[in-house]
Design a protein around this ligand. Structure first.
Ligand code: ADP
Ligand code: ZN
Ligand code: ZN
Length: 743
């Protein structure tokens, strides 16, 4: 063989979705045109024994890999980059900020279908159009084929040019394919492929409301800043008209041809907002959340990326959707901790959204009735611009609070007599009652009345919860379940007693007390099936229900215009938590649940049952309001140097044995001691608040610094060394930047 002159190899660096923080270099084989390659395109590359879909991140001149070991890319999946350089920079930033492997961060930006290598084409659907002959033909001429007659008549009667395949099933009783084929064969219908539009609608448009003074000020201030980056904090109690403010600003953005990204904490809030947007805007609205199919999500993503979608309404995962022409980002219910991803790539959608807006030089609006303490502090420091909406829009009146001291009071399964009275009075007026208890199941504990034995989970530091409906004992932490015991395993007596209150138990009491009334229970157990929560919400709004009982699901932004009494059965458990976030969360919960009452023209009443009627936290909140409460609590955090007056990074670890996690964290502490680390405090290692979970032992180490740069300087040095520690062998670990709970 004659030896050939060494040919220059073209190199690409690729981000691959695996938990290793590095790019992988590949060569470009001759059959692929190097010049067509652009950063942001997806590539299929060989990896180990299989292959992976990665994103092209760089076109370096050199690689450190020896040429014999350099593998070649297999295919280029895109003809254009799917991500803009803004998108890529944001993802690079997020990977560095959260110390999370770039490949996994990149992959979070794509919907599953594109991650798997699907072509980046808008999905199409079959559209059946009436032909000229189809328009002319009288359906009566088909009376010997009644189904064909019906279909033709239907398509004609709808005065549509045609019909989508998906809608056929609604028009005809199955099997309808043969009918369809017959009309196609007769030349009455023709078929074509059409893009599945994010949304089509023929609804009558609603005009904007006449904004009140505060709303107008908020609208004006944001509208004046549409060409810049700025963070606005729209603080308005429930019903103060925040959505109306969003809609009027969105209108301006749409008119200028730009797109709007709206993020919500909860899937179940999207249909409500979608419906309101559809009544207002005649533009394609794309929806993205985890209950949609992969195809639907890919479609929403591509519509926004290509610019045909104008509004994207989604949950946390929609944050990274590329926007052809971005104009505004809105994050509603910004205080909600669902905006923080709690596993894998632990990012805060709020913080990344702000970073994204900054890169794109567009405004971002954070909306809430109970803003997070960080946002309030940022507003106080003038870093965010506060837009207050202090009054309820329209006619609605703010609810009236009542602290109900239940010490030494006789309780009927958790309900005090004055509360039962108030429920009766409300029902008598034909108004709805909402009862909140943040604990599902029948009772949180099963105890033996004779010997004191308690049903514990074998795999967790937790009691098993009694579920009577399903006759089960269940662990709410690891999912373990067993059939409900009849007999005490310790003393063999049949004196097992459920102790404490859960929603299931309250439901039974309410059914006994109010046998005539319609009662609905909304918790994780009753709303598992897709669509049930939506059904229930519909029934509530149509006033087919009198009493609504539920867990924190009820605190999430739903509108219940007919509810005039809200009762929180047990606020005490939230008053004594070791996590410094707890008072903030409790206050938000109380105000949010209370916000469901008296939204329309009827005044609402909020009853808090407590054994701590003099607790300063409750009193400040109820008497002086959420903002005063936040001021007091923020002053306490400042005195204790807690976030937002310092910054946290939480190193979590677990293993199947109790020693390894501790040894791992101790090794990290030793490592840190060898480094210059001014300004960083190490808190721990300690066992996690619930040390044993699903048979694993959890430990954590909290790093705290007053200046973020100090914390980052330390992590920059420590993080690359962790994988090399031999103590990592037996454990799993993760790092949480700006943790929102210390559990
Ligand atoms: P939020 O989003 O703050 O809960 P909404 O925007 O949903 O508040 O408004 C609550 C109710 O008040 C809605 O029924 C809305 O139509 C009405 N509303 C909002 N703004 C006005 C206004 N300027 N005039 C009259 N009604 C209003
Ligand atoms: Zn016993
Ligand atoms: Zn368990």
């Amino acid at each position: 063989m004659t030896s050939l002159a060494p040919k220059t190899v073209s190199i690409v660096s690729v981000a691959i979705p695996i938990p290793v923080n590095q790019l992988f270099d590949y060569s470009v084989p001759p059959h692929i045109d190097y010049k067509q390659l652009q950063i942001g395109m997806r590539l299929r590359v060989p990896f180990g024994k299989s292959h992976k879909i990665g994103v092209l991140m760089a076109l370096p001149a050199l690689t450190e890999i020896e040429s014999q070991r350099l593998k070649a890319i297999e295919a280029v999946l895109d003809t254009e980059p799917l991500l803009s350089h803004h998108d890529i920079h944001l993802l690079l930033w997020a990977s560095r900020y959260y110390y999370h492997p770039l490949g996994e961060v990149m992959s979070a930006a794509f919907p599953v279908a594109l991650r798997q290598g699907n072509p980046a084409q808008l999905p199409t659907v079959n559209f059946y159009r009436l032909t000229a002959q189809g328009i002319r033909t009288d359906p009566a001429t088909l009376k010997r084929a009644p189904k064909q007659q019906q279909l033709l008549a239907n398509v004609q009667a709808q005065a549509l040019q045609g019909i989508l395949e998906a809608d056929l099933a609604n028009l005809l009783i199955a099997p309808w394919r043969a009918t369809l084929k017959a009309l196609l064969d007769k030349g009455l219908l023709s078929v074509e492929r059409q893009y599945a539009n994010p949304v089509t609608h023929q609804q009558a448009l609603q005009s904007p409301l006449y904004a009140n003074t505060e709303q107008q000020q908020a609208i004006d201030q944001v509208s004046a800043a549409l060409a810049h980056f700025r963070v606005f904090l729209l603080e308005g109690i429930t019903g103060s008209g925040k959505t109306e403010v969003y809609m009027q600003i969105i209108q301006t953005v749409l008119t200028s041809g730009k797109q709007v990204l709206v993020l919500l904490p909860e899937i179940t809030l999207t249909p409500q907002l979608e419906a309101r947007f559809k009544q207002r805007f005649q533009v394609p609205i794309a929806i993205s959340h985890s209950r949609l199919t992969d195809t639907q999500r890919q479609s929403a993503w591509l519509h926004m990326q290509q610019g045909s979608g104008k509004i994207l309404l989604g949950t946390r995962s929609a944050l990274f959707t590329p926007l052809k022409n971005p104009g505004l980002i809105i994050l509603d219910e910004e205080h909600d901790s669902s905006f923080k991803q709690q596993e894998g790539f632990r990012f805060s959608a709020r913080d990344v959204a702000i970073m994204r807006a900054k890169r794109l030089k567009i405004p971002v609006i954070l909306g809430s009735a109970t803003p997070s303490f960080e946002s309030l502090e940022n507003a106080a420091r003038q870093r965010y611009q506060l837009l207050p909406l202090p009054t309820r829009a329209g006619q609605a009146i703010e609810p009236h609070y009542l602290i109900l001291d239940i010490r030494n009071k006789k309780l009927q399964e958790g309900l005090s007599a004055p509360l039962v009275q108030a429920i009766k009075a409300t029902l008598a007026k034909n108004e709805q009652v909402l009862i909140f208890l943040n604990r599902r199941g029948f009772a949180p504990t099963l105890i033996c009345h004779s010997c004191g034995w308690v049903a514990r989970c074998q795999r967790c530091d937790a009691n098993l919860v009694t579920h009577y409906d399903k006759r089960l004992l269940r662990c709410h932490h690891c999912g373990y379940e067993q059939t409900l015991l009849q007999q005490c395993p310790a003393c063999k007596k049949t004196t097992l007693t459920p102790l404490g209150l859960g929603t299931e138990r309250i439901e039974k009491v309410l059914q006994n007390l109010f046998p005539e009334q319609r009662i609905i229970r909304l918790d994780h157990d009753t709303t598992q099936r897709k669509g049930t929560l939506e059904d229930y919400l519909g029934q509530i709004n149509r006033h087919e229900v009198d009493i609504i009982l539920g867990t924190q699901m009820l605190a999430k932004g739903h509108h219940f215009p007919n509810v005039t009494l809200v009762a929180l059965l047990d606020v005490d458990s939230g008053l004594f938590s070791i996590d410094f976030h707890a008072p903030e969360k409790l206050a938000q919960l109380i105000i949010q649940v209370a916000g469901r009452a008296g939204r329309a023209d009827k005044p609402g009443k909020v009853i808090l049952q407590t054994r701590q009627p003099g607790h300063p936290l409750l009193l400040t909140l109820i008497r002086e309001g959420y903002n005063r409460f936040a001021e007091v609590a923020l002053a306490e955090r400042k005195a204790a140097s807690l976030p937002p007056f310092s910054h946290h990074a939480l190193l979590r670890t677990f293993a199947t044995d109790p020693e390894s996690p501790l040894l791992f964290l101790q090794a990290i502490c030793e490592l840190i001691k060898t480094l210059p680390t001014p300004g960083v405090k190490l808190l721990g290692p300690v066992s996690a608040p619930m040390a044993k979970r699903a048979g694993r032992y959890h430990y954590q180490l909290l790093l705290q610094a007053e200046r973020r740069v100090d914390l980052r300087a330390l992590l920059d040095q420590v993080m690359p060394q962790i994988p090399r520690l031999r103590e990592t062998k037996k454990i799993r670990w993760s790092l949480d930047i700006d943790p929102v709970d210390l559990y």
